[in-house]
Design a protein around this ligand. Sequence first.
Ligand SMILES: [Zn+2]
Ligand SMILES: [Zn+2]
Length: 415
Amino acid sequence: MEKLIVNLSSKDRTVHSKAELDKKAKVRLYWFLEPGPNNTPLKWVPAADRGGFGEAGVMKFSMNTDSNGVCEHDDFRLSACGLDTFKVSVGSKKDGSDKKTNKEYEVWRRVYLSVRYMDSKFVMPLDPLHTEYRKHGIWPKEIPPGGGSAKVKYQEVITKDTEPDAMMQPVTEHKLEGRVLLVDRIWLASKREFTVQSNGRHIQFDVSPFVSDPQPGWMLWDHPQPGTCTAGGVGIGSYDVTQYMTRTGDLELTVKVPNGTPAATALDEAKARGKLSWTFKVWFIEILNGFAYEKDGTIVIANRTRGQAPRPLAPRQGTVIHEVGHGLGMVPAKIQEYNEFNGNPIKSGLKKNPTHYQNGGGHCKTAAGGSNPDYIDGTCVMFHYGHNSRTLQFCGSCAPIVKRRNLNRSSMKWP
Ligand SMILES: [Zn+2]
Ligand SMILES: [Zn+2]
C-alpha cells in the first residue's frame, strides 16, 4: 500500500499509472478501480473530492498500449478523504476476469506545526496529537518556526488576545501551518470602574452587580490588590485607600481603613454628614487554557492557569489537538449530503450537525450535560473547555467529519 499525501498542491491527487506487457504489441487494456471497504461513504463526498478515472471519476476505463506494449496515463485521481484506499488493477479482458493488481494507494493529508515558546520548560511532546490525527488520515509534521529563534521573550501573563500576534512566527508552510505559541498564563483582562456607598469605613461586598456586562468565568485579577480604590465623603477630599483593599473572594472585595490613619479620621468626620463613597478601578480576568484564531492558524497554549503549578501535560496536549481541530474547520454546524451517483449536493440534504453547538466557536456536545450553549463536561476533544474527562480524541460524530474534510492547501483558511 502506497501512502500518498494529496493536499500540498493541486496535482497531488493525480497519480501516474503504468502497465507493461511482456511482449511488444499494441493491445487494448482495461483499467479497474476498487475503492476500499472503509472509504468515506459517497453520500458525504462531493463530486470534486471523489476518486476515479478521468474527469468523470469512473471506476473503469480502457486505453491502448503503445507499440512497445506500454500503457501509461495520468487518469487516476485519488479522493480527498483521509485513509481512503484504492486498488488499481489492469487486464486485457473487458470483464476484468484476467485483471491483476497494479498498485494500491492510501490517502493522507499533511498539516504542519511549528512551535515557539517563552520558556523551554513549556515545550511538550505532541505524540497524542500525531496519534489522534493519523487515525483520520492526517499526517502532522513538526517544522522549525520561521523567523529564527523558537524562543520568545518571557512574560508572566498574556492579558490581551492580540498580544501574542507580535510574538508569533511567520508562516513557512502557506495555508497548512498551525503556529503554536507556548506561553505561561493567559488572563484576558478588562478594567472596570464603579462606585459603592457605605455608612462606615469598613466594607466587604460582592462585585458582580458592578460589572456592566458580566461574563461567565470572570473574576477579579488574582492579586491581593486587583486595582485601586479611593474613598471620599461629604466635605472631605478623596483618599487613596488601595493599600487597605483586599481581594477576599473571586468576586469579593474588602476595604478596612485602619484606626488612627489620616483617611480614617477624615472618613469618620464625613460619615456624620452622609454616606461615604468608594471608587474602584479594578481588573477582571478570564483565565484561558489557550485560544486560537482559525483565520490566522495561530494557537496559544497556557502552561499554567491560576495556581503556581503547570497544568498537567495531557490537557495541554488536548488543547493543541482541539485548536488544530478548529483550524481544520471543526465543528461544522451543518452537514451536507450528496447524490451517491453524481456527487451533487442534495437540496434537502443540508442538515444540522447533531452534536454541534456554538460557544465561542463551533464545538461538540457528545456526552455533555447541561443545556445550550453552556453544556457541561462533554468528552469529545472538541468540547469547548478542558476538564478531566475530556478525551484527546474526536468522538464518533466528529471523527468521520475530520476524515472527509477537504484539506487542500488552496482551500484552507489559514494564511
Ligand atoms: Zn474551541
Ligand atoms: Zn465530537
